[in-house]
Design a protein around this ligand. Structure first.
Ligand code: NAG
Ligand code: NAG
Ligand code: NAG
Ligand code: NAG
Length: 463
């Protein structure tokens, strides 16, 4: 009994809450695609299958990630998968680890190496379905452990995406859909998540396919995990996403993902950001617990859809300074431009030495700015909106964005800045402006973004 209490206390002490995660910045890596454990840098013959990356490969390259300022990584699901499940979303055995990614010790070593660097691990987990090896008649469920009976699954049907009951009870593509209402299934998934978090010292969870499972189950699942949980709710609706906050800590910010595309690919009016924030701030109880992203493994990359680096830089800077936890999809720091799955799941190893590239340097500056200014601790306030120009502040940090290649000039008034103080653009150390009585003269040329840092060390009263 005493040992049990001690274990519980330890578990509490080690797990990380949503408010602790709010100050983190996450690098999303597909475990199979970052680095091969033996350092082999030859190409991958087939992106639809294993390319040979693994946990030891990530461990060997944590400096590449940490040097950009990231203090957490999100890795692919770790459990044993059915054949060709290089992405990890096709569980075959929920209680063993995927040997294609290395040994169990390799995974333990990755988590230890992260923690030794002060970094956290976010594990991607799937509780909606198993791998596609089970047939639609559920004749061969014995291949899946521990869900080896047909009664553990919903009967096959195709999802009708306009019907939430169907989304929860039918099969996503050909993936056998677990019935969490069956007591054995629900209870086993709860003990599984508790087991995996405590056994491997997991700091937070990214939960796959949240809309495909009833919310009553996610409440129990999040509690059983004891850590920060962020749900994939693959839907552009603010209200649909907001419906999950409170059940889990947050969602991956798909509404923001679409706003960013509207603004920086479609060139829609920047005033859209104002109405977006009005809706989002009233719908969500805490925007800081959402996960902001520009790209991920399920969508064509930004640069594939719109190959303009200045718009992409605006998008990245926006996602890292807007309320929410900043998440960067691996390869964005090398300006990867892959299209639909699997082309957006490129191998990273040809670029692991490329730490001086334009985007690697840009991402590093943005992530360091996010942290140096602790943007999560300060309210977001719009300071200026126009069709092609937008400016907001978080505390003394001021960010300006444009979605036109025309040269722009705006005077932005923000009272904490005093006349005579100097603000510098973090991307060019000599690009500084002096605050005038008419405001901060902001110049954006050729579609750039600027993140301003107050340079004057004097307190306002001394000026
Ligand atoms: C790539 O791998 C997938 C999965 O095994 C397979 O279906 C496909 O035929 C392979 N493509 C090529 C060109 O070998
Ligand atoms: C399912 O797995 C359990 C536990 O391993 C085993 O006892 C049972 O016989 C299996 N059932 C089937 C139908 O394979
Ligand atoms: C899921 O399992 C529950 C409990 O056994 C059952 O009542 C329900 O009909 C099942 N759902 C479907 C869609 O089969
Ligand atoms: C900004 O203010 C300066 C003087 O303080 C003025 O010369 C300039 O025209 C203003 N620019 C805009 C766009 O209003």
């Amino acid at each position: 009994m005493k040992a049990l209490i001690l274990l519980c206390l330890l578990g509490l002490a080690l797990s990380h809450t949503a408010s602790e995660w709010a100050s983190r910045t996450i690098y999303q890596v597909l475990t199979d695609r970052m680095a091969r454990p033996d350092g082999d840098t030859s190409g991958c013959p087939n992106l639809s299958n294993y390319c040979g990356g693994g946990w030891a490969g990530i461990t060997n390259n944590l400096g590449y990630i940490q040097n950009m300022g990231f203090d957490a990584i999100w890795v692919s699901p770790v459990v044993t998968n059915t054949p060709n499940g290089y992405h990890g979303y096709w569980a075959q055995n929920f209680f063993t680890l995927n040997s294609n990614f290395g040994s169990e010790q390799d995974f333990i070593n990755l988590v230890s190496a992260l923690h030794a660097r002060g970094m956290w691990i976010m594990l991607d987990v799937v509780a909606n379905h198993a791998g596609p090896t089970v047939d639609t008649n559920l004749d061969n469920t014995n291949v899946i452990s521990p869900f080896n009976q047909s009664s553990y699954y919903h009967p096959f049907c195709n999802i009708d995406w306009n019907n939430q009951y169907s989304i929860e009870n039918c099969w996503l593509a050909s993936l056998p859909d677990l019935n969490q209402t069956v007591p054995y299934v629900g209870n086993t998934l709860l003990s599984w998540i508790s087991w995996i978090v405590t056994t491997y010292n997991i700091d937070g969870l990214r939960i796959d396919t949240c809309m495909e499972v009833p919310t009553w189950f996610w409440s129990q699942f999040a509690k059983a995990s004891g850590v920060y949980t962020v749900c994939e709710v693959d839907n552009p609706s603010i209200s649909t996403n907001a419906g999950y906050q409170g059940i889990v800590d947050g969602t991956l910010n798909y509404p923001l993902y679409y706003l960013i595309r509207d603004l920086f690919q479609q060139g829609q009016s920047m005033y859209n950001a104002r109405s977006f924030m009005q809706q989002a701030s009233s719908a969500f109880s805490n925007l800081n617990y959402l996960g902001n992203f520009v790209d991920n493994h399920d969508n064509p990359r930004f640069l594939y859809q719109y190959n303009m680096i200045n718009r992409f830089q605006n998008a990245i800077a926006w996602s890292m300074t807007w309320p929410g936890i900043g998440i960067l999809y691996y390869g964005d720091e090398q300006a990867y431009a892959g299209g639909n799955d699997p082309y957006n799941r490129e191998i990273l190893w040809p670029n692991l030495g490329n730490t001086g590239s334009q985007m690697y340097t840009f991402v590093t500056k943005v992530v360091q700015y996010r942290k140096a200014n602790q943007v999560w601790n300060y309210p977001w306030v719009e300071r200026y909106a126009d069709d092609n120009f937008y400016c907001y502040t978080r505390g003394l940090a001021m960010m300006a964005f444009s979605n036109t290649n025309n040269n722009l000039q705006y005077n932005v008034t923000y009272h904490p800045y005093q006349v005579g103080q100097v603000l510098c653009n973090i991307f060019y150390s000599t690009d500084c402006v002096t605050v005038l009585s008419t405001g901060v003269p902001v110049y954006l040329n050729g579609g750039e973004t600027k993140l301003y840092q107050l340079q004057s060390k004097e307190t306002p009263s001394e000026i």
